[in-house]
Design a binder for this molecule. Sequence first.
Ligand code: RIB
Length: 282
Amino acid sequence: MIAAIGSINVDYIIHNKRLPVPGETLYGKSVMIMAGGKGANQIAAASRLGADTLFLSKIGGLDQYNSTVLKDFEWAGVSVDYIETVPDSYSGAGFAMIGEDSQNSIIIIEGANAEMTPEYVEKYKDQIKNASIVMCEFMIPQETAEYTMKLGKELGIPTLCNPAPFRKTDDSFYRYVDIVTPNEIEAAEACGFTIDGRKSASEACDYFHGLGVKSVVITMGSRGAFCSDGSRQEMIESYKVKAIDTSGAGDSFNGGFVYAFDKGYDIFTCARFGNAVASKSV
Ligand code: RIB
């Protein structure tokens, strides 16, 4: 079973030929309103692949799309039993504009994700302790991400953190992270240098290993994922596809990765599986 402590957003997604420039009004091609949020996307991907999952997250009581979001989770096979409603808050939200020219922009509103507290996670310790991996991402408060990773360590369960969207944290946070899965931009923000190939990716892995992280997986889009377990380093090539829409690709990768990890595969095989799922997603 995979335990995810993560965010939920109501995603408002507009597809169009191109994005407007400031001050411009454009007709758009389509709009969709659906469940999103990095944690939600990741656990939904793992669940759709067939994994048993536990998802801890919060939605707001003030907005009208809760039933849409909860129905989406049921469609993906994600249990909504432990999702709590914050009565006086709106749900988190993502406002994305995606252009056919592969340009996209997104604004995120934290909403009820800000109410994800360590006390909320602590309430479900008995459920979490049955997991084969505990994962979090950075759309929940830092204190809760840290509590989650520490709890996994305390319970003897492998911990995974997808540090997205990136935020600077104390180096000590990574002591509790067994597997970190940044993309090349997030890894560059963490280690302070550009990652544009195998050599710099290898140096970034060494940076995270130096902070105590056992395994590092740096996703690099169409180039694949550079993986290091502290003794072996390898670029796991992506599957070549014509990308239509890359939004959520990183979340699909993480969902595929933890699905394979839950099945007992090593990180290199998990990354290969994550690449396959991300390729399918885009
Ligand atoms: O990674 C994609 C997700 O990031 C979207 O679902 C949006 O909600 C933002 O959280």
